[in-house]
Design a protein around this ligand. Sequence first.
Ligand code: ADP
Ligand code: MG
Ligand code: MG
Length: 207
Amino acid sequence: QDATQATALAILDALCARLIEAEAELNALDRAVGDGDHGHNLARAANALLAIRDELAPLSVPEMLKRAGKAVVMSVGGASGPLYGTLLLEQGKGLPEGEASRADWARAFTLAVEGVARRGKSAEGEKTMLDVLGPAARAFEGAVDQDFASALAALSQAAVDGHLHCRGLHASRGRAAYVGERSVGQDDPGATTAMICVQLVAAKLAE
Ligand code: ADP
Ligand code: MG
Ligand code: MG
């Protein structure tokens, strides 16, 4: 196991713990605009990943991400399982085998977000996870040539700003579209998860 693999596993562990901890909070957000299962779906994804942790540990990071993405797609129902699974899978596919630069990571993140949009037949502005992921990927790619701490700070800030902007949007995709105008001013559950995950990854990489 090299340092990159160890970092990836440490991030995996932290993400899974955080998502399991956030289950009730995320279910509550989804009760307001959807069917109340977002936290349950994400906790299920986290548990599916922890269940294959030993299988993931020896893999190269791109393979680890692809395997993790497939596990999430297979084990989690709802909209978010396939979409978060796609994010992981495409992030793995977008990385070069062997040494990846920070710019490679940023490019792969952008490609992965584009993959989510394709899979969801969705775009930014529809009040979904894409309203956090899109700005986050652009900010990271735009700042990745600066020192790493600044790039991570830009990544994290873009996720927070995207989440805040998303709150004011009118949902036009996913279950929340059914509540229409009533979604304005409410946090989108998937966008909230995206912010939590992006912030956590940025914080871990800054350590
Ligand atoms: P479900 O809506 O099937 O119950 P979840 O509650 O787990 O699934 O996830 C809902 C979240 O998924 C939404 O808050 C939104 O961010 C995201 N989402 C739903 N549909 C799409 C889509 N087509 N594209 C992108 N994100 C989506
Ligand atoms: Mg739901
Ligand atoms: Mg559901």
